[in-house]
Design a protein around this ligand. Structure first.
Ligand SMILES: Nc1ccn([C@@H]2O[C@H](COP(=O)(O)OP(=O)(O)OP(=O)(O)O)[C@@H](O)[C@H]2O)c(=O)n1
Ligand SMILES: C[C@](O)(CO)[C@H](O)COP(=O)(O)O
Length: 276
């Protein structure tokens, strides 16, 4: 990654940092199957990716939204971006989620270390502008923030037993366990430093970006804030139906959420106008 560690913060002292949301849509959806990336599947009439990106377009704390898409399906993402109106760029994703995160950071090289980035799974279409706003808010006093929910179930560690069958290895205390979601937000200087070290490690394996900061910048505290039970990741075939049900319940019950619906572009335009 070409990052200048000495680069000054983009915003002048006292000004608020620029906030970019990067929606990671570079995956092929192998567990979902079906031949098309799951982020293009329809959910209540709109592609999964469109729901996810719309929440960021609707969040007044976000200045800029970019989408990282499977290269072969970039044209479809461009169509979604055109419909939303608030996405500034659709760029090619990488071969792994980690590589797609790195591609997002590379696209932000012109931003200062003091600016902010939110990395979000396109496969989480139920993210709300409220959670996005809380994540940006927490970044006022933290360099890295993840959203997570408590686990209702006991989460256990397993491994192969003597006969090869899976056996129980450990039962970590449930009270200290959380299920990690996205968005995960960072000061750019922090996540850049973490990835610079991570990319120098031939043993790098990561499933999320907060984990990269935890592992490669152990001195940096990663703040955990409350996520949303409904912010599920569409991963397996049954998840589309669950997400659709949750969306419909939300539409019926919560007109007051700020909305990631069709008015997202309008919200964004109003935000731009109010900033001059
Ligand atoms: N090369 C990749 C792989 C994943 N992702 C994104 O990371 C998020 C979470 O990943 P996951 O649910 O694992 O998506 P897929 O990789 O598409 O699914 P699978 O592992 O079943 O192939 C998704 O929004 C996915 O598009 C990405 O941007 N680039
Ligand atoms: C980032 C994430 O969604 C947090 O729960 C998750 O780690 C993604 O993992 P996946 O293996 O790419 O599905």
């Amino acid at each position: 990654m070409q990052v200048d560690p000495a680069s000054p913060a983009h915003a002048p002292a006292g000004a608020r940092p620029h906030v970019t949301a990067a929606v990671l849509a570079g995956g092929v959806g192998a567990r979902m199957g079906g031949g098309r990336p799951k982020q293009l599947l329809p959910l209540a009439g709109r592609p999964v990716l469109e729901h996810a990106a719309a929440a960021f377009c609707a969040a007044p704390e976000v200045d800029d939204v970019i989408v990282l898409m499977v290269p072969e399906h970039r044209a479809e993402a461009e169509e979604i971006a055109a419909r939303l109106g608030g996405v500034s760029a659709v760029l090619p994703g990488g071969a792994s989620r980690t590589e797609t995160s790195v591609a997002a950071l590379r696209a932000l090289e012109h931003r200062g270390d003091g600016d902010l980035v939110l990395l979000h799974d396109a496969a989480r279409p139920l993210v709300t502008p409220g959670v996005v706003g809380a994540c940006v808010g927490a970044l006022a006093s933290a360099g890295a923030v993840g959203v997570a929910v408590p686990s209702g179930d006991t989460v256990v560690e397993v491994s192969a037993g003597s006969g090869g069958a899976e056996v129980l290895r450990d039962v970590p205390p449930r009270s200290s366990l959380r299920r990690m979601q996205t968005p995960q937000g960072f000061r750019l200087g922090v996540v850049r430093r973490a990835y610079r070290k991570a990319l120098a490690d031939p043993a790098l394996v990561a499933t999320d970006d907060c984990g990269v900061v935890l592992r490669y910048l152990p001195e940096e505290e990663v703040r955990i804030i409350a996520g949303d039970e409904a912010n599920i990741k569409v991963t397996n075939p049954g998840d589309v139906e669950i997400a659709e049900t949750l969306l419909r319940l939300r539409e019926q019950g919560a007109a007051g959420d700020g909305g990631s619906g069709p008015d997202a572009a309008g919200t964004r335009d109003r935000r731009r106008e109010s900033r001059g």
